[in-house]
Write a protein that binds this ligand. Structure first.
Ligand SMILES: [Zn+2]
Length: 183
């Protein structure tokens, strides 16, 4: 790997040496819930445009919904993943892994619903129309490795796998063969 991040997780559920932009869009997990699932998403804001900071603004409730016609369709949406990996590979954390980030919405996995309760959500800056960058895959794999060291992760799935009627992300260009399942 060209740029190992040497990630470590602190006791508060935040990854050290990454950018933290704390989001209020989370709730407490139910007591004794095990984190068993990693959910991979893709997002671009505005759609199919990369490089700005509107994803970060959306996840921290700072987006101006007048800035783009698309934003009118999601006005006052309160969402956040735990992590975002930008096209450059930059890793940003919004919500502690100990908490329930609002990333998946109505969803199901095996016999359970509400996947936010027992999952970690990772967004990649991307869209259904574009390949992801090598740095995104490298840093995603490092993050997956770290999470698998700390939590009893049983599966790594896309948002479209747990909400197939509503969601297509991370989309057809996400290469699952590049994901190292450290289990
Ligand atoms: Zn998603």
């Amino acid at each position: 790997m060209k740029s190992p991040l040497s990630l470590t997780l602190d006791k508060t559920g935040f990854v050290k040496n990454t950018r933290h932009l704390k989001s209020p869009n989370f709730s407490l997990r139910q007591p004794n819930v095990q984190i068993e699932l990693i959910v991979i998403h893709a997002i671009s804001m505005p759609p199919d445009q990369f490089g700005g900071s509107d994803i970060e603004k959306l996840f921290t409730n700072k987006l101006n919904f007048n800035d783009h016609p698309f934003y009118k369709t999601i006005e006052n949406l309160k969402v956040s993943a735990h992590f975002l990996i930008k096209r450059t590979g930059e890793l940003i954390q919004f919500v502690s892994c100990l908490n329930k980030a609002w990333h998946a919405g109505a969803s199901h996995w095996r016999e359970k619903t509400d996947c936010n309760e027992f999952s970690i959500g990772i967004e990649l800056e991307g869209s259904d129309k574009t390949d992801f960058t090598e740095l995104q895959y490298e840093h995603l794999n490092e993050l997956i490795k770290l999470l698998c060291q700390h939590y009893p992760i049983k599966d790594i799935l896309g948002h479209s796998d747990i909400a197939p009627d509503r969601k297509t992300d991370p989309g057809p260009n996400f290469n699952w063969n590049k994901i190292k399942k450290n289990r």
